[in-house]
Design a protein around this ligand. Structure first.
Ligand code: KG4
Ligand code: ZN
Length: 340
């Protein structure tokens, strides 16, 4: 047990969620997320609007996180922030804010890789949630990424497979758009899928070698499938929406699970974790649970609130780096592209 309580403020602003979280040692005291509704009307995130909204949200969100944690900024030991990857304008807001606050408070600044954070969120102390032992495989599935990562230590990670085109979250969002669902379509697709028949319609899985993924062909196949059926029946979508959602979700989950099975076989690793927005999906969660018995895996599925973008995952990485005294300098810059 640590002799001293370490308080970290985490700040996340890589895409369209402004989030701040306070962590004490491994435990989350607060995790405030302001999601930007403004993008719904555009069917996707508009970068310019996202950075403006971050600017408006960041101070109230940080204040709220401190208030809920019952701590003043003077009690903080370090500030952790998302350096990248993400939208540059959005990242700049969180980065500048974190740098200024750390400078003002004269405390260490800690840079965090957003994709590493989706994986390391599993090290938050939460009752009923186990922490994966090293080495383990992590599949990061979000709106911007689809990767299989071999994790040998907190900061030793190797991407062993990734998408060659769209991310899996985009596959949900873009096919949802074709069906007339609001952005982001993943959550509604999931809800409807639970009411539909996953075998009602068949979509062919892409053939991609090794551990890489491809989702753009599936999106096109869905577009043609819908267009063709609408020619025969203009009410096709309304009449079959739940079945269409269930069938799309079923196909996506099969694609993800197929690659995970190969990765586990190739590496001999049976500790499997998921992270990122799509890990909120009920279908992938149950497919992983089922794989425990089927393949002898031990799976790590994040608590729902740590799946989509949040600052708690940034704060836990901050804490892990704080313990190793890995700090950033005031020269650090936000990076839209940042490798794991
Ligand atoms: O990790 P995240 O919040 O942001 C990125 O870093 O991209 O992931 C957002 C993605 C969106 O594509 C959204 O549709 C998807 O996660 N998502 C879901 C579900 N909840 C969020 N996809 C499928 N099922 C869900 N329940
Ligand atoms: Zn994310």
């Amino acid at each position: 047990m640590p002799t001293q309580n370490i308080y970290i403020l985490g700040i996340e602003s890589s895409c369209d969620d402004t989030s701040a979280s306070v962590l004490c040692n491994g435990k989350i005291l607060s995790n405030v997320v302001a999601s930007q509704k403004i993008h719904e009307a555009y069917g996707g995130v508009v970068p310019e609007l996202a950075s403006r909204a971050h600017l408006q949200n960041i101070v109230p969100v940080v204040n709220e996180a401190l208030k809920r944690a019952n701590i003043s900024s003077k009690g903080l030991n370090a500030i952790a922030f998302t350096q990248g990857p993400g939208l540059l304008g959005s990242l700049l807001v969180g980065t500048s804010f974190a740098k200024s606050l750390a400078l003002g408070l004269q405390i260490p600044l800690i840079d965090v890789n957003h994709m590493q954070a989706h994986i390391l969120a599993h090290y938050i102390d939460e009752e009923g949630f186990n922490k994966p032992p090293f080495p383990f495989l992590a599949m990061t599935i979000s709106g911007g990424h689809t990767q299989i990562v071999l994790v040998t230590n907190y900061f030793e990670m190797e991407v062993i497979g990734e998408t060659i085109d769209d991310a899996v979250g985009e596959a949900f969002d873009k096919s949802g758009k074709i069906l007339g669902l609001n952005y982001p379509a993943g959550p509604e697709m999931d809800k409807r899928a639970q009411l539909g028949n996953p075998k009602a319609f068949k979509f062919t899985k892409p053939k991609v070698d090794g551990l890489n993924f491809s989702f753009s062909g599936l999106k096109t196949a869905i577009l043609y499938f819908i267009q063709n059926n609408l020619k025969e029946n203009p009410n096709f979508i309304e009449e079959h929406l739940n079945d269409i959602c269930a069938s799309i979700q079923h196909t996506i989950i099969n694609i993800l699970m197929d690659k995970l099975k190969i990765a586990s076989k190739q590496t001999g690793i049976k500790h499997i974790a998921i992270g990122g927005g799509v890990s909120a999906n009920s279908g992938i969660r149950s497919a992983l649970k089922a794989a425990e018995n089927k393949y002898g895996w031990t799976t790590y599925i994040p608590k729902f609130e740590y799946t989509t973008d949040n600052a708690a995952m940034i704060a836990i990485v901050g804490y892990l780096k704080y313990q190793e005294q890995i700090f950033a300098t005031q020269n650090i810059a936000a990076k839209a592209r940042l490798k794991i």
